[in-house]
Design a protein around this ligand. Structure first.
Ligand SMILES: NC(=O)C1=CN([C@@H]2O[C@H](COP(=O)(O)OP(=O)(O)OC[C@H]3O[C@@H](n4cnc5c(N)ncnc54)[C@H](O)[C@@H]3O)[C@@H](O)[C@H]2O)C=CC1
Ligand SMILES: CC(=O)C(=O)O
Ligand SMILES: [Mg+2]
Length: 617
């Protein structure tokens, strides 16, 4: 009787809490509840109306073998799981042993996927405790292969799909998602998945992987994330001809049809989740930019490949200056080549230009553009009117078949240099100090180009940032070999450190995963209404200042993925501050509590909490 009354108190408290989590319930109830061995003062509890097998099969509730005896009684699952209660530490031992028995990265991916589908708490504990090893499975590089094989390895649905069949239905469909509170949505149209091209609806693994890292690295709640694919078709012939492909079997919608489709989705999602942060991911150029410009001033959104990559690449360049013993305010003294003139290349270079302008050592934006040389698949963005030294004619009027260059790319066009110069020619002419690869083209950092670069600078900054590993512009080993071990090196996907002439050459990873979880956390906690370029700039500076002097001396630019929660905390604090400074924060600051404490308190971490059953009314 007393127990029931105590539980009623908990139920009542639970109903008042949107998070379904109850803390500090009444002292009397607690005294009574002391009889429940798993419920103690200060214990967080999770309530559910589910019962029996429904609890066991819900990955957000399931504890596998870890249900306490009282929970087994309360939830009607006594006898439905093996009799011995095994806590998480034992489960982790078993799961790691099984994971390590998987022979290939893809097998490990499938294993992790299955774990996420049955027990998310355990999945995230495992991921957080082994972030460096397992981010390479749930994220790049293995997620790339998982996307290519998505239709072959498909097991169970996760996330939401909006397809061309759903026109006119989307605002009703968004109510099919089972959670009322969504903080972060990652959406892709699968048109440029990593450096692997158009993978259509198979791109779903990217939002799922990114959001896993939002939870593991940024402490966002697993119930508050939503992975989305906009299935606007695919131009990938292989997928179109594959009977097992799960997406729509037509070519991509383009033009007005494309933009009105995305618009319907944005309005639908806004109608149910007006405060959610939307991350646009792996949209091909120029859709990526067009969508960003259409929505960034009206809703809380950003493009990961353009803006978040820009933050982390800028952080890498600034940290490299520190590693060389230069001031980070001397960015204008660098000569930077960027190979790749798409979303990521243009986005990263815009971030560098913004920073040069902010530092005040360039006379104008144009002056900053002059310090960056950009190449696309044809070579340097140069002047088609300058005659070639090889005797070939200048390209015809205007830009020849470069007519597709837009105003963003034109800013980098070098009027005093021949169009389409090869990378090696550009390097010899420009003597760069920094080279960035955002082309998705493996091996474009040739031996000739990198050796020529290393002749002109003591510590060349070599950042082949394309993903996954096999799309990298060069390998770590090549970069160190061709620069006599002098390179400051970072890649988009992980490489191992390299032993060169008896010295360990450090490999850094520059991937937007270093920035988006912290950014999302800062936006969520401050309830910022918009995402601004200042937030990305400050994210870059925060990350650039994270390595110690000793780390910088040894070639480490900032802590790696294993420190992601720490990095995210720092980034989130700065993003919150910027949101308040810019008048965009809708959450009140709490008197006497530091932002860091607020951020720390709000970060979800995976622990089993007692489950309590409540009636459905
Ligand atoms: N490390 C990171 O955090 C990130 C890395 N990336 C990587 O950057 C790459 C490009 O992504 P997006 O810019 O979104 O793609 P995109 O398709 O918009 O642009 C690719 C650009 O590379 C150029 N390109 C292609 N082949 C080339 C070649 N052989 N030589 C020189 N340029 C060439 C194209 O002309 C185009 O300008 C992808 O591999 C992606 O994985 C993208 C975002 C974040
Ligand atoms: C990391 C990432 O977002 C990309 O390669 O597209
Ligand atoms: Mg991406």
């Amino acid at each position: 009787m007393l127990r029931n009354r105590a539980l009623q108190t908990v139920h009542a408290a639970a109903k008042r809490h949107v998070t379904s989590q109850v803390r500090n319930y009444s002292r009397r109830a607690l005294t009574t509840l002391a009889a429940f061995p798993d419920l103690r003062m200060e214990t967080m509890v999770q309530t559910t109306s589910k019962h029996g097998m429904d609890v066991i099969h819900d990955p957000l509730l399931s504890k596998g073998t870890a249900f306490s005896m009282s929970e087994r009684e309360r939830l009607g699952i006594r006898g439905l799981v093996p009799p011995r209660t095994q806590e998480m530490d034992k489960q982790l031992k078993r799961i790691i042993r099984n994971l390590r028995e998987c022979k290939t990265p893809l097998e490990k991916f499938i294993f992790m996927n299955a774990l996420q589908d049955r027990n998310e708490t355990l999945y995230y504990r495992l991921l957080i405790d082994n972030l460096e090893e397992l981010s390479q499975i749930v994220y790049t590089p293995t997620v790339g292969e998982a996307c290519q094989r998505f239709h072959s390895i498909y097991r169970r649905s996760r996330g939401m799909y909006f397809s061309s069949l759903d026109r006119g239905q989307m605002s009703a469909m968004v109510h099919n998602w089972p959670h009322d509170q969504v903080d972060v949505i990652v959406v892709t149209d699968g048109s440029r998945v990593l450096g692997l091209g158009d993978l259509g609806a198979n791109g779903m693994q990217i939002p799922i992987g990114k959001l896993s890292l939002y939870v593991a690295g940024g402490g966002i709640r697993p119930t508050s994330i939503l992975p989305v694919v906009l299935d606007i078709g695919t131009n990938n012939e292989e997928l179109l001809n594959d009977p097992l492909y799960l997406g729509m079997g037509h070519r991509r919608l383009e033009g007005e049809e494309y933009y009105s489709f995305v618009d319907e989705w944005v309005h639908a999602i806004q109608s149910r989740y007006p405060n959610a942060l939307i991350q646009f991911e792996d949209f091909k150029y120029p859709h990526a930019y067009n969508l960003l410009h259409k929505y960034q001033d009206n809703i809380c959104c950003f493009n990961d490949d353009i803006q978040s990559t820009s933050a982390v690449a800028l952080a890498g360049v600034l940290a490299a200056l520190k590693a060389r013993g230069q001031a980070i305010t001397d960015l204008n003294e660098e000569r930077i080549i960027c190979v790749g003139a798409g979303s990521a290349g243009v986005g990263v270079c815009e971030g560098i230009v913004d920073c040069m302008v902010e530092q005040g050592k360039v006379t104008s934006r144009e002056d900053a553009y002059r310090r960056i040389w950009m190449l696309d698949q044809h070579g340097l963005l140069g002047n088609p009117h300058i005659a070639s030294t090889d005797g070939s004619k200048p390209t015809s009027l205007g830009l020849g078949d470069r007519t597709s260059l837009d105003e963003r790319q034109m800013c980098y066009l070098k009027k005093d240099m021949k169009d389409r110069m090869t990378l090696e020619e550009v390097v010899k002419s420009v003597k760069p100090t920094v080279i960035l690869g955002l082309s998705g083209a493996p091996g474009v950092f040739t031996e000739g180009a990198i050796r020529a670069m290393a002749e002109g600078v003591e510590k060349p900054v070599v950042f082949p940032l394309s993903n996954p590993t096999r799309q990298s512009e060069c390998s770590a080993e090549q970069a160190f070999k061709w620069t006599d071990g002098r390179a400051i090196f970072a890649s988009g996907s992980p490489f191992k450190d390299v032993e060169y002439n008896g010295k360990t050459c450090k490999v850094n990873q520059i991937n937007n995963v270093m920035s988006f979880p912290g950014l999302g956390l800062g936006i969520t906690v401050s309830r910022a209404s918009r995402v601004t370029s200042k937030m990305f700039m400050e994210t870059a500076i925060t990350i650039a200042n994270m390595a110690s002097e000793d780390q910088l001396k040894s070639g480490i630019l900032f802590p790696g993925v294993s420190a992601l929660r720490e990095i995210s905390k720092e980034v989130a604090v700065r993003v919150c501050e910027v949101a308040h400074e810019q008048g965009l924060a809708r959450a009140q600051l709490r008197q006497g509590v530091s932002l860091k404490n607020i951020i720390e308190e709000s970060m979800w971490s995976p622990h089993y909490v007692p489950l309590i059953r409540i009636s459905q009314d």
